[in-house]
Ligand binder design. Structure first.
Ligand code: FE2
Length: 221
């Protein structure tokens, strides 16, 4: 995928979805940390980085009235929201994207290990590996983002999110994905990402892979 196209699509989504650039940066950097910890090839890390940045790209095709609704969605609205997975998949395929990592992650990032997720109700190892790992990343970030209704923030929110994810190990989440995420969390690998790219800080829009290297902390070399 062409980096400029990824950036442009992510920017469009941030405007439409009212989500923050910080969210994109965080999920991209968590994903990259996991991939690097697994010693994956540089080329695979790059593909995973794009896939993470584009995970919710199907929301471009969801009506604003649903996407930007401040309150809870009705059941009917939630059914429409769920189609962001298949719409995103179709969108990428329509652009000629055929990287199985990107199209698989976009389509399957809301599947659950126990088969109760969407859009296809896949279970266990039939869920693409990248999507199984990204499900943990996306949930952790959702649970630790600043929301008007959330009382706990910062360290307490992160700890609570980690405990909730561990409690759903083997039901909602793939056991190996939880274990690897947890070991990086315990090692403090994610701390700088959460503190630097928090929802109150003004961070530049997602700017692609080269910029990811620029924002790595000095200790990473
Ligand atoms: Fe999503």
């Amino acid at each position: 995928m062409i980096p400029e196209v990824v950036q442009a699509m992510v920017r469009l989504l941030e405007v439409k979805d009212l989500s923050t650039a910080a969210h994109t940066w965080r999920v991209v950097l968590y994903t990259r940390a996991l991939a690097e910890d697994a010693n994956l090839d540089r080329a695979i890390v790059e593909r995973l980085t794009y896939a993470a940045a584009l995970h919710d790209i199907g929301k471009l095709d969801i009506p604003d009235a649903i996407l930007q609704k401040p309150g809870k969605l009705t059941d009917e609205e939630f059914e429409v929201m769920k189609t962001h997975t298949t719409l995103g998949h179709d969108h990428l395929r329509g652009m000629g994207e055929d990287d199985p990592i990107a199209v698989g992650l976009v389509r399957h990032h809301h599947e659950r290990w126990d088969g109760l997720g969407y859009p296809d109700g896949l279970s266990g190892e039939s869920i693409p590996l990248a999507a199984r790992y990204f499900a943990v990343v996306d949930s952790f970030d959702a649970m630790t983002s600043i929301r008007p209704y959330r009382a706990t923030i910062g360290e307490r929110a992160a700890q609570a999110a980690m405990e909730e994810i561990i409690a759903s190990r083997g039901s909602r989440y793939a056991p190996d994905a939880v274990d690897r995420f947890r070991s990086l969390y315990d090692a403090g690998t994610f701390d700088w990402i959460r503190s630097h790219f928090n929802d109150k800080s003004q961070v530049p829009g997602y700017a692609g892979l080269d910029a990811v290297d620029l924002v790595l902390p000095p200790s990473r070399g």
